[in-house]
Design a binder for this molecule. Structure first.
Ligand SMILES: [Zn+2]
Length: 295
C-alpha cells in the first residue's frame, strides 16, 4: 500500500463538527446499497487525504437503526478510503470512565438485531472478527493521544456493548452489561465495524462517554432536564477533544502506509462460495469489494 486515505465517520456531536476539520470537495455518492447518510467531504487533515461523513446525516434525522451502514462503508471504499476512524457518543458502564474522557475500545458485544449487517447476501463470506478493531489504527490513535493537553483521560481498551435502541437500557440491562465486564454502551459501532472488515478497511473507534448510563444513581439535586443539559454539554466538550485527538493522530495514521495490515486481506480466506457460480449482477454489485479475488 502506497498511501493512506482516512475515512472519518462522525457520530453524535462530531458529525456536526466535522466541518471544522477542513473545507473540501463535497461528493454525493450513490451505491448499490442506497445513498450514504449524507454527502462526503474530501479534504486533507495534517497533509493526509480524508473523507468526512456524518453518520446521522444532516439534522441528525437518522436514528441508529436507520443509518445506512452498508452504503456508508461502500461509498468510502469506492472513494479510495483505506482506514476508517469512527466516533460515537456512548454511556459509561465503569466508574473510572468518566464523562468527557475518550475511549479507544478493543472489543465489542453485538446485540443489534434489525440492521443489514453484511454486504454478502448472495454468497457465503466468513471474515475473522476476533479483534473487531484494527490494532495498528488503534495504536496510531493511542500515539496521537500521548501528551494530550489538559485533564482529558484517554482510555486504551474496553468492551463496547452495541444495543439496537433507540431507547436506552433498563437498569437491569445496564447491570447485566456491567456483569459482562463491558465498559461502554452504545448503538452504532455495529454493523459498521463488521462491514469495514468485509470491505477490507482498517477500522477503529474514538468513543465519547457522555454519562453513566442508568446503573449509577444520579446526584439527588439533578433533575431530568438538568441531566440532559449536562449530557449535551459533555457531548460538546468530548467532541472538541475527539477532533483534537483525530487531528493529532493523522501523522501516525499516515505512517501505517508502510505496514501492510491483515484487515486489508480479510477476504483472502473468507470467501467460501464457488466464485465461478456468482451471477454477473452480483459480480458487478460487489466489484469494489471483490475485484481482486475475482480475477
Ligand atoms: Zn488494520
Amino acid at each position: 500500500m502506497s498511501r493512506v486515505v482516512v475515512g472519518v465517520i462522525g457520530g453524535t456531536g462530531l458529525g456536526e463538527a466535522l466541518g471544522t476539520l477542513g473545507q473540501g470537495e463535497v461528493r454525493e455518492v450513490e451505491t448499490p446499497f442506497g445513498r450514504p447518510s449524507g454527502p462526503i467531504t474530501l479534504t486533507e487533515v495534517a497533509g493526509v487525504p480524508v473523507a468526512l461523513l456524518s453518520r446521522h446525516g444532516e439534522g441528525h434525522l437518522l436514528n441508529p437503526t436507520q443509518v445506512p451502514y452498508r452504503a456508508n462503508i461502500y461509498a468510502l471504499k469506492t472513494l479510495g478510503v483505506t482506514h476508517v476512524v469512527a466516533s460515537g457518543a456512548v454511556g459509561s458502564l465503569r466508574e473510572e470512565v468518566a464523562p468527557k474522557n475518550l475511549v479507544i475500545p478493543d472489543q465489542v458485544i453485538d446485540k443489534t438485531f434489525r440492521r443489514p449487517s453484511t454486504f454478502f447476501d448472495d454468497l457465503a463470506v466468513h471474515v475473522e472478527l476476533a479483534s473487531p478493531f484494527c490494532g495498528g489504527l488503534r495504536n496510531a490513535l493511542v500515539k496521537g493521544g500521548a501528551g494530550f493537553p489538559g485533564p482529558v483521560r484517554i482510555h486504551q481498551g474496553g468492551t463496547y456493548v452495541c444495543m439496537e435502541g433507540p431507547q436506552f437500557s433498563s437498569r437491569a440491562e445496564s447491570e447485566l452489561h456491567r456483569s459482562w465486564g463491558a465498559s461502554l454502551i452504545g448503538m452504532t459501532v455495529m454493523p459498521e465495524a463488521k462491514l469495514a472488515r468485509e470491505a477490507e478497511l482498517c477500522y477503529a473507534l474514538v468513543a465519547l462517554p457522555t454519562d453513566y448510563d442508568c446503573w449509577r444513581p444520579h446526584p439527588a439535586n439533578l433533575d431530568q432536564a438538568k441531566l440532559i443539559e449536562e449530557i449535551l454539554a459533555n457531548v460538546k466538550v468530548a467532541t472538541q477533544n475527539a477532533i483534537e485527538l483525530i487531528r493529532r493522530s493523522m501523522p501516525h495514521v499516515a505512517a501505517l502506509a508502510e505496514k501492510p495490515c491483515p484487515c486489508q486481506s480479510a477476504l483472502a480466506l473468507g470467501i467460501w462460495s464457488d466464485k465461478s457460480k456468482l451471477t454477473p449482477e452480483t459480480r458487478q454489485r460487489l466489484k469494489p469489494l471483490l475485484e481482486k479475488y475475482l480475477g
